[in-house]
Design a protein around this ligand. Structure first.
Ligand code: DGL
Length: 259
């Protein structure tokens, strides 16, 4: 199985993208809904949660780990790669690679949680590729709870998105990285508010395509993954709203299992 985790249900956007590119591969997802959000927690705490989540997925048969959470990806990647002898994917590098290729003037905007933006990881990785790039970052702490509540297209959500994007819009960025796995659910509003000429980069699609290429290049690893088109979805806390939002993200009625 491909094991995927996030701090909540936003990481299901990565599950959705994986289902599109690898429809047969069995998946197991863990959303840490009881301890969300990670974006406002300390680095040490997020690393501890990432280790616990990884162990849960490995115990349940995952052969590959995908951190479908930018906050965890920005602080826990090295720890997980050193600690576990399975391939570990994070969502930041694939989005950076895409953004640098799609930003002719190297003016790149990034939005994410406070944890992700404060880690400075996007700016560092972009500048490793294009030292002269200008990176404009904006933390958007209110967007995760709006998504978890299923407020995808409310006037309040549109107003908040507009306010958060204003500083990036006046910089006239070429591309805008959605540096949080919850944000693809707001992609239409974000695209409208930032302007149609700006390339909006969805990290869930970028990482899914990277994983698909990985399996094509490593048939030995691909063979380890059962292919029954199954997706087991676990969360650490469950509410009716979580199940509703999860079904909206995966575009079908789904049931979550509480662990
Ligand atoms: N999905 C997480 C991320 O990609 C954000 C949610 C949180 O703050 O826990 O950063």
């Amino acid at each position: 199985m491909i094991g995927i985790f996030d701090s909540g249900i936003g990481g299901l956007t990565t599950v959705r993208a994986l289902m599109d590119v690898l429809p047969g591969h069995d998946l197991i997802y863990f959303g840490d809904t009881a301890r969300t959000p990670y974006g406002s927690k300390s680095r040490e705490t997020v690393i501890r949660y990432a280790i616990e989540n990884t162990e849960f997925l490995l115990e349940h048969g995952a052969k590959v780990i995908v951190m479908a959470c930018n906050t965890a990806s920005s602080v826990a990647t090295e720890v997980l790669m050193e600690k576990y002898h399975v391939p570990v994917f994070e969502v930041i590098t694939p989005a950076v690679e895409r953004a640098v290729n799609q930003s002719p003037r190297a003016q790149i905007g990034v939005i994410g949680t406070r944890g992700t933006i404060n880690s400075g990881i996007y700016e560092r990785l972009i500048k490793e590729k294009i030292p002269t790039a200008n990176v404009f970052s904006s933390p958007c702490p209110l967007l995760v709870p709006l998504v978890e509540e299923g407020w995808f297209d409310r006037p309040e959500t549109r107003m908040i998105v507009k306010k958060y994007l204003h500083p990036l819009k006046i910089r006239q960025v070429d591309s805008l990285i959605l540096g949080c796995t919850h944000y693809p659910l707001l992609k239409d509003i974000i695209q409208k508010k930032i302007g149609k000429n700006v390339k909006v980069i969805d990290s869930s699609v970028a990482v899914a395509e990277k994983i698909s290429r990985f399996f094509a290049d490593h048939p030995d690893m691909d063979q380890l993954i059962e292919k029954n088109g199954k997706a087991d979805l676990f969360v650490s806390d469950i509410t009716e709203q979580f199940e509703k939002t999860a079904s909206t993200i995966l575009k079908k009625k789904v049931f979550l299992n509480r662990v």
